[in-house]
Design a binder for this molecule. Structure first.
Ligand code: C2O
Ligand code: CU
Length: 459
């Protein structure tokens, strides 16, 4: 029997009520340890997970723009670990990448993270050692940086979407994190979808209430196509960075692993009805989160929101003039690698597969000894991600935000993770202004583990 979402939907007779997302900021320690959580619908057993401070997502860290974040990671897991503060333009030494910016913290060990957050917005933190296993087990949490001049909303809801692959009988996570079939295809796709670690949570709202929804895709590999029902509004930020002009949500919008979207929405469903955040799929779709409309907050909708205040990211005038580097995304099922480099040696596709390597970036099936890009501090660069594979990839750069360029080379939204669909080429432009060694990888975590890993240097 396959445990699928619809069966779970039918099985979930009593809807869990989830408390408002604004938990108090955690104490200074950030404790990574095993825990149990109700991932499957009520009535099923709890699932053993790995957590920060006892739950997945871990405790919300919420600070003011420009503030200092100090957390001592304490590792009570059976594996070495580290924490990456995804999307923060951070000091390189605090970036949390074992083998590049720090050593992995062994079981029983600790590491002091101490950094400031230059940009307001919706960010997240997650494990960065064996991430395809550790993030799948639940090691992630929200990092919210508040604007000094925040938009007026009635409620600010942090919604972290994830999918879990549970054994249908035991509801434990299946242990096949290294499964070669997943690695060489779309990655580890789960069979139950949660928001804030709960199956189909419910919030109570009122008609015409204005909500800020901070959406994060914490899944290993699934690209969600999200939609709204009974809610209407705008995307005001992507990957933490404000859009110059809020974008009305009209249909489905994609959210790739690690991407975030901030929405400002009004509850337009009638009192007594249910509004939803939807995951839209070819065969229809299903609700991820329900908003039970109890009463009326106002007689009519408010006017459209203003853009959020911009973040102090370095400006990019005339990105089309920046030198262009090409990064070819290669390999995977149906386009298997003929050969690629691993360390100093060129190996055949078959030899690579035996070593669990199925993908390559510019001919390298792991982080190469030399950086993909050696950038002078402050220089402007373009990168074209050329997807030669039969799968979608979400390419993420550490330590920087970049602008996605339109087809005709004009600057589009700021992002830290770009979805490059099969067959597509997407160009980005950035000012390499943050010194250090920075990872560049696919955020489909199984792809990263099996070849899609590179880095760049800013000096
Ligand atoms: Cu969110 Cu290198 O990762
Ligand atoms: Cu990928």
């Amino acid at each position: 029997m396959n445990l699928d979402r619809r069966q779970f939907l039918a099985a979930a007779a009593a809807w869990p009520l989830v408390p408002a997302a604004g938990r108090a900021a955690g104490a200074t320690p950030l404790l990574a340890h095993p825990a149990r959580q109700q991932i499957a619908p009520d009535g099923h057993a709890q699932t053993p997970i790995w957590s920060y401070d006892g739950s997945a997502p871990g405790a919300e860290i919420r600070v003011a723009q420009g503030a200092r974040v100090v957390r001592q990671l304490r590792n009570d897991l059976p594996q070495a670990t580290s924490v990456h503060w995804h999307g923060i333009r951070i000091d390189n030494a605090m970036d949390g990448v074992p083998g590049l910016t720090q050593e992995a913290v062994p079981p029983g060990g600790q590491f002091d993270y101490d950094f400031t957050v230059p940009d307001a917005g919706t960010y997240w933190y997650h494990a960065h050692n064996r991430s395809m296993e550790q993030v799948a087990r639940g090691l992630y949490g929200p990092l919210i940086v508040e604007e000094a001049d925040a938009p007026e909303v009635d409620r600010d809801l942090v919604l972290m979407v994830d999918d879990w692959r549970l054994d249908p009988d035991t509801v434990e996570l299946t242990g096949d994190f290294d499964n070669g079939h997943d690695l060489g295809h779309a990655g580890r796709l789960g069979n139950i979808v949660t928001v804030n670690g709960r199956f189909d949570p419910e919030f109570r709202v009122r008609r015409h209430e204005r909500l800020r929804l901070r959406l994060t895709n914490a899944a290993n590999a699934r690209v969600f196509e999200l939609g709204l029902d009974g809610l209407e509004g705008w995307i005001v930020a992507l990957d933490g960075m404000p859009l110059d002009t809020p974008l009305a949500v009209t249909g489905a919008f994609p959210l790739a692993p690690a991407q975030r979207a901030d929405l400002i929405v009004d509850v337009t469903a009638e009192a007594g009805a249910t509004a939803s955040l939807l995951s839209i799929e070819r065969d229809g779709g299903y609700g991820l989160t329900r908003f039970q409309v109890g009463g009326v907050a106002a007689q009519s909708r408010r006017p459209a929101p203003q853009p959020l205040p911009p973040n102090p990211v370095p400006d990019l005038d005339e990105p089309a003039r920046a030198p262009l580097s090409r990064m070819r995304l290669q390999g995977g099922a149906m386009r298997w690698l003929d050969s690629a480099r691993l360390g100093d040696t060129e190996l055949s596709g078959r030899e690579l597969a035996e070593l669990g390597r199925f993908w390559a970036l510019n001919g390298y099936a792991d982080r190469p000894a030399e950086p993909f890009l050696d950038a002078a501090r402050g220089s402007l660069h373009r990168i074209a991600f050329v997807n030669e594979t039969a799968f979608d990839h979400g390419m993420h750069l550490h330590g920087h935000h970049f602008r996605l360029l339109t087809e005709d080379g004009r600057p589009g939204p700021w992002r830290d993770t770009v979805l490059v669909r099969r067959g597509e080429t997407r160009q980005i432009a950035m000012v390499a202004d943050n010194p250090g060694n920075w990872l560049l990888h696919c955020h489909m975590l199984g792809h990263a583990a099996s070849g899609m890993m590179s880095w760049f240097r800013v000096a």
